[in-house]
Write a protein that binds this ligand. Sequence first.
Ligand code: NAD
Length: 454
Amino acid sequence: MLLHSHDPATGELVGTVAITPVDAIPDAVARAREAAKGWRDLGLEARAACLARAKEVILQRADDIGRQLTREMGKPLREAVGEVRSCGEGLHEELDEMVAALSPEVLHDGSTHTELRRDPYGVCAAITPWNYPFSMPHWMVLPALVAGNTVLLKPSERTPLTGQAYADCLQAVLPPGVLQVVHGDGAQGRALVDADVDLIAFTGSRAAGSHILQAAAGTLKRVLLELGGKDPLVVLGDADVEAAARHAARNAYRNCGQVCVSTERVLVDASVADPFEKAFARHAATLTVGHGLDEATVVGPMIDRRQRDAVVAQVKDALHAGARLLFGGDDLDADGNFLRPLALVDVPRDAAVRLEETFGPVATVETFTTDDEAVDLANEGVYGLGAIVFSGDTERARAVARRLDAGMVGINRGVGGAAGSPWVGAKQSGYGFHSGPHGHRQFAQVRIVSTREG
Ligand code: NAD
């Protein structure tokens, strides 16, 4: 049985992969367990040195993989090649950071000498989404391997070619069995979670994450979940409105809004709402929508019709309930997978588009009159991935940021932290996290080995 991958802009077939039969998964896990002993015994530094050789492979193939990524998933070619290239370019620094984070430590207290070790769990299932189909596997697979686990990667059924390309780059330098790929949809994902794996590293929707956590409970498998978001962008009354609007347009609509930390809700001080809304519409109108291979394209198509239908349904429900279009929306009933940036105002409090993840080129705009009200609005709902605050007064912005229930907050900028920061969600946006020394350590079992001292 084959999994077909189609260009979301044209519907053309881009390629196929063989689906992994669900009943073949236990044997694949057994092979991973067999390979785990040799990989573990190699030691931390030697594993990192082995993986370091993948840098050249990734960089050599980056242009071809990037082109295929655009054709499979739709994002502009520049961003697709950049996604692949950045995984190769930063690889050696990441490996160094992982080795430092996972190295043993020694603790003494005069009577006891303790080695604090960070050992592999064993076999890791890495299950990933389609919106960053090269870097998401990288974020889950690399730390799992460096920590000494063997890995079964299940890329999204919507981007299997890019997931396979990532695995090919690593398999070119790894011993056999250390990294395998399982292709298929939620059925293969569920079978992997139910199989004899020790760690599940998942990036995807809140609904699937919740299912995985429940499925893992029986044998207390270790679980890391990076889930969805409904990120607010708060524009305080003293903000540079033009800069806030430019940032909001970019962050709401890049990757066609299919980013976990997309701005989905703009909360703006009523005193600057009018100029902000005008500037937001102006900046959104500059984003050229088209095929990702066209050089002028800034926003590609949505991943597929199913995703587009779900987004349009949220928008139409809100419109029926009294919301108004600030801009966009004239192509809601068009054929195909393109959807131009749109924004809604006067959205009823209980509309799904206000608090449920939309994951498309849609933003809602609401007003507030005090910072307290802005914080209350921003903290509504179950998600808590990222948030952004725009203000001309950094101290005031920090005071607001500290009260936001989000794992990552950016002030007058995006949410990503300095080098070494984890990528982390609060509330129902995450359960465990990755990246940075704190994130790398979540892929390892802490053990202490003690002897009497003195
Ligand atoms: P999804 O949850 O539908 O699928 C993700 C992966 O899980 C796919 O490989 C899928 O086949 C598999 N899967 C689905 N159901 C499963 C189950 N019950 N058990 C095991 N595996 C299962 O998500 P998606 O549509 O591919 O991706 C979009 C979602 O990912 C959005 O919610 C987005 O916010 C989130 N995301 C989060 C981050 C982050 O860092 N927090 C990053 C990227 C995407």
